[in-house]
Design a protein around this ligand. Structure first.
Ligand code: SF4
Ligand code: SF4
Length: 171
């Protein structure tokens, strides 16, 4: 039992010299660490409305709001901050996480308490949906299809340059 007492003594002396680890928030402003997982926010430019984040969200805090009627076929991603655990799965597994900007990322904003749950959301603008010509069902967002087409085009181009390089090597 000697070791814990010495350890506590060391911590007490360190705290006297360096000051406490706790802050005086809310009486003084608090700056969270750089990698702090605060309020997750969508980027309208980065998000392709693929809905992958809603599938990986353990709290089911992300709603995929599809509106399909005669006038429009659109999707809005809605993250309910009052249900969010701030676990970071949505940003870690976002389809466009390697893009700039990514579809969703955590900010260091943490003071999110409020009285109206309807205000506690982070959402995208409406993104146009692609519908099946035969049955009218939702395929995915058009931005998602465009993103895939662009990525597949890049992969195809890389493969054909590799093939050309290999051919040149054998000739
Ligand atoms: S692009 Fe990222 S943030 Fe947007 S819907 Fe897909 S997974 Fe979610
Ligand atoms: S941080 Fe976690 S709980 Fe919150 S929306 Fe993202 S995946 Fe869901």
């Amino acid at each position: 039992m000697r070791y814990p007492k010495l350890r506590e003594l060391k911590e007490a002396i360190t705290a006297i010299i360096k000051g406490p680890c706790t802050t005086k928030y809310p009486y003084q402003p608090h700056s969270p660490a750089k990698r702090f997982r605060g309020k997750p926010v969508y980027s309208n430019d980065g998000c392709i409305a693929c809905a992958a984040c809603s599938l990986v969200c353990p709290a089911r805090a992300i709603e995929v709001k599809d509106t399909v009627d005669r006038k429009k076929a659109v999707r809005r991603m809605v993250l309910h901050l009052d249900e969010c655990h701030y676990c970071g799965q949505c940003s870690a597994l976002c389809t466009t996480k390697a893009d700039s900007p990514p579809g969703i990322k955590h900010t260091t904003e943490f003071d999110l308490a409020g009285l109206d749950r309807r205000q506690m959301i982070s959402q995208t603008d409406e993104k146009e949906l692609a519908l099946c010509e035969a049955c009218g069902d939702v395929i995915t967002a058009k931005a998602h299809l465009e993103w895939l087409a662009k990525r597949l085009g890049e992969i195809r181009q890389n493969k054909s340059s590799m093939r050309q390089m290999q051919k040149g090597h054998h000739d």
